[in-house]
Ligand binder design. Structure first.
Ligand code: PGA
Length: 308
């Protein structure tokens, strides 16, 4: 059987994401190029690897078998690259960091300091939501991930490195603005603008309310923190966001945080790697840098002041 590594890499991405479009995005290829690689692999195997169910694609039995092996082969290839990388020394090589969309409010600040220290390291930053981060970890497709709650269904090593306070936000003219020690149950009367279900912020928020036996009313759903903030500003409801996302709005008075019982919900940011992953010297340097210095470099002034 004449199968190329490229075909297996493309197939692995399509099988993991169950989408030609998303695989093409991840691999920086066009969708026809991705379909062609899969078709060639199917011709070579003499079997269909995917079948269509309406708009979805699913793996056939042959596809599932091939997925098992293509994952193993991809992991070995990544491991091979890691071994070679580790022989090259710290100030070189390529470091792939993926962060939760909320982390992007402070990640560039960290990367700027790190890059100054290690100008020879080529950094790639992938910004995506929690659900995709878990998939990236599972596929061993990144070196390090910065996220809120570490996943429980993938074997990882996670180290907390900075506080992530979740706060309730409102427009400055909201009736609850300026109120002190607002009872948590009072929130049941409000509508909340929510992030999408794959968001770590959304999951933390749901966990908090369910732990406190409160069911809240869901208003609009949005896939970006920026959209949630704009919606809250426009009076579409209250929101729960990380304090890291509203530094500017608090400074300019465009949004306020509400003093609600139980808030801020003090969560932690974690640095997460796949269990047993062989980190290159560059990745080890980044890991140490984040754990030791991120809180000093990246906690916005308001995070410190607002929590005192
Ligand atoms: P999110 O992630 O940007 O997906 O909400 C934040 C988190 O991981 O807690």
């Amino acid at each position: 059987m004449n199968v190329s590594l490229r075909q297996l890499r493309v197939f692995e991405a399509v099988a993991r994401l169950l989408s030609y479009t998303r695989a093409a995005e991840e691999l920086h290829l066009s969708q026809p190029a991705v379909s062609m690689q899969v078709r060639q692999l199917e011709d070579e195997a003499g079997l269909a690897l995917f079948e269509r169910l309406g708009k979805r694609i699913v793996l056939t039995e042959a596809g599932r078998e091939l997925y098992h092996y293509s994952r193993q082969i991809n992991r070995s290839l990544v491991e091979m690259e890691e071994v070679l990388e580790s022989l090259r020394g710290v100030n070189r090589g390529h470091l792939q960091v993926a962060v939760a969309s909320t982390v992007n409010y402070f990640a560039p600040r960290l990367l700027a300091v790190f890059q100054q220290r290690y100008p020879g390291i080529r950094l790639t930053l992938d910004v995506t939501n929690r659900e995709t981060l878990v998939q990236l970890l599972d596929a061993n497709a990144v070196d390090l991930v910065l996220m809120g709650q570490p996943p429980s269904d993938v074997e990882v090593e996670a180290t907390p490195f900075m506080e992530n306070p979740l706060v309730v936000i409102a427009p400055p003219d909201h009736p609850l603005a300026g109120g002190q020690r607002i009872a948590l149950v009072r929130l049941a009367e409000e509508v909340f603008v929510m992030r999408e279900p794959g968001s770590g912020t959304r999951q933390a928020m749901e966990r908090f309310f369910s732990e406190h036996g409160l069911s809240i009313r869901q208003g609009m759903q949005m896939t970006r923190n920026e959209a949630v903030k704009q919606a809250v500003r426009s009076g579409l409801g209250l929101g729960v966001v990380s304090l890291h996302t509203i530094e500017l709005e608090l400074e300019t008075g465009r949004l306020v945080t509400l003093d609600v019982e139980g808030f801020p919900d003090r969560r932690q940011w974690h640095l997460v790697t796949r269990q047993g992953k062989r980190l290159s010297p560059a990745a080890q340097a980044f890991r140490a840098f984040v754990i030791e210095e991120a809180a000093r470099i990246a906690a916005p002034a308001c995070v410190r002041a607002c929590l005192e």
